[in-house]
Design a protein around this ligand. Structure first.
Ligand code: NAP
Length: 260
């Protein structure tokens, strides 16, 4: 690899996607935006002049992301919510309404692949939360809803995995649900999914010390693991008006890993 994975920094460049057709001040909700991929997506959306509702069950993380955006001249609102809870999600939509109608949704939050919950419960959390947030978005903001991007994975779609069984099942289910949404609503909103490979985040960083992980990652043609910002860039493109003819897609973001 070009850069030893263990010494790679956690962040890549944050791009400005205003040229892709977003109108300044349009609202995006990003779930799990207190850390990792969600945080990078929230920061990228803010740099692209969107107003960001930063949802996370970790209040500290949500506040830090929102403060970083507001301190740099953007608009963000921190919302503490567990997307696995109907009550929390309803309250989160109520709070987010302060920013205005929500045009864009990024369903990023999900449990780690090593979460030790019973299979049914973990599946309900990983997949059911995306259904819950999207359905309540459509009920409240259906007229404004422009597009949604769901966080899937290479696991379950292009690779197997060694974590808990629910994880690849849920990630394949999320891709299926995305295709359902794409057809069901005939493009209003458009619905797409991304399938990250190995992205260096606080959640995955501990695995870099694992010899099996290192051997597997050595196959990545890009010569490095992914930055959260690599995923954020793809999410922003798929959300944007520039992707108007893309609906129901599942895009791998893996440096070519699944082709190797
Ligand atoms: P991360 O750094 O741990 O960030 C996830 C954030 O979401 C954390 O702040 C977490 O809070 C929050 N969260 C977790 N469950 C939540 C819930 N039920 N409600 C609200 N917030 C919740 O993880 P990440 O690596 O960026 O992963 C983000 C997403 O990408 C996940 O869906 C993951 O499956 C997917 N993904 C990641 C990779 C990768 O290589 N990193 C690859 C493929 C797919 P806590 O810290 O309190 O748990």
């Amino acid at each position: 690899m070009n850069q030893p994975a263990s010494t790679q920094t956690l962040n890549g460049p944050i791009y400005d996607f205003r040229a892709l057709g977003f109108a300044p001040g349009e609202v995006v909700v990003v779930t799990g935006a207190g850390s990792g991929i969600g945080k990078a997506t929230a920061l990228t959306a803010a740099k692209s002049a969107l107003a960001v509702a930063v949802w996370d069950m970790d209040a500290k993380g949500a506040n830090e992301t929102a403060q970083a955006i507001n301190a740099s001249g953007g608009t963000a609102l921190a919302v503490t919510a567990d997307v696995g809870s109907d009550k929390d999600v309803a309250r989160a939509w109520d709070e987010s309404a302060r920013l205005g109608p929500c045009r864009y949704l990024v369903n990023n939050a999900g449990p780690s692949m090593v979460t030790e919950l019973p299979f049914d419960a973990s599946l309900a959390l990983a997949m059911g939360s995306i259904y819950r947030v999207t359905t309540s978005w459509m009920e409240r903001h259906g007229a404004a809803a422009a597009s949604v991007v769901n966080m899937s994975s290479v696991l379950g779609n292009f690779q197997g995995g060694t974590g808990q069984a629910f994880y690849p099942v849920a990630k394949a289910g999320i891709a299926g649900y995305t295709r359902h949404l794409a057809l069901k609503h005939r493009g209003q909103p458009r619905a797409n999914a991304v399938a990250p490979g190995f992205i260096l985040t606080p959640r995955t960083q501990p695995y870099l010390q694992n010899e099996n992980t290192r051997v597997r990652l050595a196959r990545i043609p890009a010569g490095r693991t992914g930055f959260p910002e690599d995923v954020a860039a793809a999410v922003m493109f798929l959300l944007s008006p520039a992707a108007d003819y893309i609906n129901g897609a599942l895009l791998p973001i893996d440096g070519g890993w699944t082709s190797s």
